[in-house]
Design a protein around this ligand. Structure first.
Ligand code: CP
Length: 327
């Protein structure tokens, strides 16, 4: 398998055209088939990547570590609190040094107003691809796995009603990167996206403008509502998930009066019944069970969350295989 996009940074899917994303999806599907049939995939034999984490992770860390091993390479997990970053070492110096030791640098840094800038600063100086493992604005690894999963369960995505719905959660103040990625990506595949959230949980205005442009260019649409039931009504797919009020209130406080006034924004069986009979429930995980979603839904017949999480492995492998080639 040729690394077709050798050296290309994977910071946002907005910088990958449709043909490139389609190739990543095709490679993901092939790698999934190979994995499930125990066929070896040594496309990154002896290649190494560094996985820098400023925050916790289950899916992203393990899909990257296992994925690179399955491609014949090795990933080094780096807890950034134990790196010299903790003493102020710059993103430039970190990127230059790690570039000279391996073939890829991946990083999760979600701090509001900082994360994406940090990745861009590394990308400016790195000589290997920078892979975004989630920043304050984007989570492209998640978006790719979500799109793969939607294609697997629905086939043609044209004019599917996919609803991205804010949900109550108190586990932590979650980034906006998942809904931003989805609202930008899905209309490029002809999907009719409904974005539903209570007043105060707006996504940035430039995201909405770009999502409308993406929809117009590709036959999809974007509808914004503050009515939760409207989003569930006749939906093919619902993605109820919490995100913080970062745009209107960048405070890191998790629970505030605004959040508490929307406890009823929860995915229940009654809400699922408003969707199409075969409506699918998705969530990037981790879910705040009992707050974002009832167990009866996430463990029920409409849920495809484990398939969605499983696809993180195959899409991560596709991104690495296509971008991390010979130096
Ligand atoms: N969805 C996701 O990115 O999961 P982790 O935070 O566990 O990596």
């Amino acid at each position: 398998m040729k690394p077709l996009y050798k050296g290309k940074h994977f910071i946002t899917l907005e910088e990958w055209n449709k043909e490139e994303i389609d190739t990543l999806l095709e490679v993901s599907k092939k790698l999934k088939d190979d994995f499930l049939n125990n066929r070896p995939t040594p496309y990154l034999d002896h290649k190494t990547a560094f996985l820098m984490f400023f925050e916790q992770s289950t899916r992203t860390r393990n899909s990257m570590e296992s994925g690179l091993a399955q491609l014949g390479g090795h990933a080094t997990f780096l807890d950034t609190s134990t790196m010299q970053i903790a003493h102020g070492e710059s993103p430039k110096d970190t990127a230059v040094i790690l570039s000279s030791y391996g073939h890829g640098i991946a990083c999760r840094i979600c701090n509001w107003g900082i994360g994406n800038h940090y990745l861009r600063a590394m990308a400016e100086h790195a000589t290997v691809p920078i892979m975004n493992l989630q920043c304050d604005l984007y989570h492209p690894m998640q978006g790719l796995a979500d799109l793969m999963t939607i294609q697997e369960v629905c086939g043609d995505t044209k004019n599917l009603k996919v609803s991205i719905i804010w949900a109550y959660a108190k586990s932590h103040k979650k980034p906006i990167s998942v809904p931003v990625t989805q609202v930008l990506l899905f209309p490029r595949y002809g999907i009719d996206v409904t974005l539903a959230y209570p007043e105060g949980y707006d996504l940035p205005e430039w995201v909405i403008e770009k999502a409308h442009e993406n929809a117009k260019a590709n036959g999809g649409s974007l509808t914004i509502t503050h009515n939760m039931a409207q989003a569930y009504k006749d939906a093919d797919i619902v993605i109820p998930k919490n995100w913080g009020s970062w745009v209107t209130n960048p405070s890191e406080q998790v629970i505030d009066n605004l959040l508490e006034s929307y406890r009823d924004w929860k995915c229940t069986e009654a809400m699922i019944k408003l969707g199409k009979p075969k409506v699918y429930y998705m969530h990037a995980l981790p879910a705040d069970r009992g707050n974002e979603v009832d167990d009866a839904v996430i463990d029920g017949p409409h849920s495809i969350v484990y398939q969605e999480a499983e696809n993180r492995l195959h899409t991560a492998k596709a991104v690495m295989a296509m971008t991390m080639g010979d130096k």
